[in-house]
Design a protein around this ligand. Structure first.
Ligand code: ADP
Ligand code: MG
Length: 206
């Protein structure tokens, strides 16, 4: 398998972007090429969909929302992620396929089969080599998000149950970290695990 694909998952404002940046800064001194992307987005088409999806929040039906995320994902994979992996880059993603399972399937009730089948198509079957779940309550003021219709505490519990289910399905792919720790402590745990994978792959992620 070429390249290395690492993804961050978890609720909004648990520190995904913070950690991705720390890991990116470190890896830039270790490997030849590091590519960072966020979902939805990362392509001109995807960024337009991102604007709509984040503005409309849960106003669109759950299936329509999922398919829009999947469209952005297909474009991102085809034009950015798969070519980067083919160049043996390390690709760091702020959310990926597991967000759809947690939010759209577990959170909003889209059939799990549909989500998994479409995810497989959109990614051409390329799974992450490592997924980091920052598990815990969001940092800071949650009012803006919690007021969105449908985003009840029960909804967030379903999303969390989705992540738990996923991490139990593939324990070798997932690292579950307490998001409430110091950012430097979380980063050290991530670095140790990524080092291990790089060594397994022979120093350079080919
Ligand atoms: N481990 C941490 N402890 C305390 N605050 C944190 C931690 N990680 C991130 N933060 C802060 O929490 C907020 C959300 O972090 P961010 O990385 O943007 O989360 P996400 O990308 O998951 O939405 C930011 O203000 C960030 O500085
Ligand atoms: Mg973020």
């Amino acid at each position: 398998m070429s390249g290395l694909l690492i993804t961050w998952e978890g609720l909004d404002r648990v520190g995904k972007t913070t950690q991705l940046r720390l890991v990116a800064d470190w890896l830039r001194g270790e490997v030849r090429e590091v590519v960072t992307v966020r979902e939805p987005g990362g392509t001109p088409f995807g960024e337009k969909l991102r604007e709509v999806l984040l503005r409309e929040a849960d106003a669109v039906s759950s299936l329509a929302e999922f398919l829009a995320f999947a469209a952005a994902r297909a474009e991102l994979m085809e034009t950015v992620v798969l070519p980067a992996l083919a160049r043996h880059a390390v690709v760091l993603m702020d959310r990926f396929i597991d967000s759809s399972v947690a939010y759209q399937a577990f959170g909003r009730g889209v059939e799990l089969d549909v989500v998994q089948t479409v995810n497989r198509a959109a990614t051409r079957g390329r799974m992450p080599d490592l997924t980091i779940w920052l598990k815990g309550e969001p940092f800071g003021d949650s009012e803006g998000v919690d007021r969105v219709e449908g985003r009840t505490p029960a909804y967030f519990r379903r999303v969390e149950a989705g992540y738990r289910w996923l991490s139990e399905q593939e324990p070798e792919r997932w690292v579950v970290l307490d998001a409430r720790q110091d950012p430097a402590v979380i980063f050290e745990a991530e670095r140790a695990r990524i080092r291990q994978i790089l060594i397994q792959k022979g120093g350079d992620p080919r």
